[in-house]
Design a binder for this molecule. Structure first.
Ligand code: ACO
Length: 336
């Protein structure tokens, strides 16, 4: 038996900064409302024409992660790509990464678990390495939200939250099973699927031809919808549960946590969890202020920034936790 470890991390965000004041020119919102409710000050958006795509950002982040892992790109055995905003509805971006990295014909798997996507993707990669099947698995989370949001007052409860960006990790074999990824914990509750969703083009029975033939200008099914307060209430409960589940499995206590990197959904959610677990400010990493919620990319971007800032040291207990659309949620417990 082996463990897997995070051998290299990288992230990429587009250059264009969009402030809350920029958004207030497009819709009825204010910097004050956004900061007070979410903690977000600004986010990044790709250029509207000819800019980055979900795949291109993922590839840029991946190149940094591969370089830092100290391996050649052709030592990658498998690709796992998490996103809710793929370049194409199909095929998914995993195969585009295989092509754009110019590597041999390794398998490429797409994960679509929204804000929990990176945690699910890490769990998949971890199992392949633990079983001995692969040595190095490239895991990417990347999103282009800005092109799919309703940038009018109608969509303001969703569109102010999300930002674009990508993060990547190389998971490699770890022979010392007391180190690396100790366990992963995944959950879903499809009963609440429609509380945070983008309904088109499936729309529960309707398909593309139906939508095109109806040609309804009021059709908002191509925009994400969210019952914010309901999501918030579920998020704080599930985050807490799944962190405790992970700690319990490894005979750890909240006081053993050296760094918690929560999915960057809302600063208020992170602060609630921090308070509940009695963690100091230095033990919870947040960067939602700068990037907004980048869904599958948020944990790898945050983890990379934390690592670059020297906040992750050998032997540390690092906890990743996510909650999002599905509902899905999960945690990863790492001994760095
Ligand atoms: N600017 C100004 N006013 C706004 C805005 C805005 N951008 N958005 C909503 N409002 C208004 C509403 O219309 C409402 O007005 P009313 O009282 O006159 O009806 C008022 O503000 C309050 O709206 P709420 O939705 O109740 O605001 P809330 O305090 O719940 O904050 C938020 C909304 C930030 C979305 C919060 O509920 C939240 O963060 N929820 C969780 C999000 C989350 O965790 N998502 C999971 C991950 S995402 C994924 O998986 C894809």
């Amino acid at each position: 038996m082996y463990n897997s470890k995070i051998a290299g991390l990288g992230y990429y965000v587009p250059e264009k900064v969009v402030t809350n004041d920029d958004l207030s020119k497009l819709m009825d919102t204010t910097d004050e409302w956004i900061q007070e409710r979410t903690g977000i000050q600004e986010r990044r958006h790709v250029e509207k024409k000819g800019g980055d795509t979900t795949t291109s950002m993922g590839v840029k982040a991946a190149k940094i992660a591969i370089d830092r892992a100290g391996i050649d790109k052709n030592e990658i055995d498998f690709i796992v790509f998490a996103t809710l905003s793929p370049d194409y509805y199909f095929p998914g971006p995993g195969v585009l990464v295989q092509r754009d990295l110019g590597i041999k014909t390794v398998g490429a798997l797409d994960v679509r678990n929204q804000c929990s996507g990176f945690v699910y993707a890490i769990s998949v990669a971890d199992q392949y390495i633990k079983s001995g099947m692969y040595n190095n698995v490239l895991v990417i989370g990347s999103e282009v939200h800005s092109k799919g949001l309703d940038m009018t007052t109608r969509g303001r409860n969703v569109s102010v939250i999300f930002g674009d960006g990508a993060g990547a990790a190389v998971l490699s074999r770890e022979i010392d099973t007391s180190k690396g990824i100790l366990s992963t914990h995944l959950h879903s509750e499809g009963q609440h699927a429609e509380e945070l969703a983008l309904l088109a083009p499936g729309m529960g029975g309707r398909w593309v031809n139906d939508i095109v033939s109806e040609n309804d200008p009021e059709d908002t099914s191509y925009f994400p919808i969210m019952n914010g307060q309901f999501v918030f209430k579920n998020a704080v409960v599930r985050f807490s549960e799944v962190i405790m589940e992970g700690l319990g499995t490894n005979n750890l206590q909240p006081t053993d946590i050296d760094l918690l990197v929560p999915h960057q959904a809302n600063l208020r959610i992170s602060q609630f969890i921090q308070k509940k677990f009695g963690l100091g400010d230095d033990k919870v990493f947040n960067n939602i202020m700068k990037y907004g919620n980048t869904t599958a990319a948020s944990i790898p971007i945050a983890l990379t920034e934390a690592w670059e800032g020297g906040k992750v040291k050998e032997g540390d207990v690092v906890v990743l936790a996510a909650f999002g659309s599905g509902f899905t949620w999960g945690s990863v417990i790492i001994r760095w």
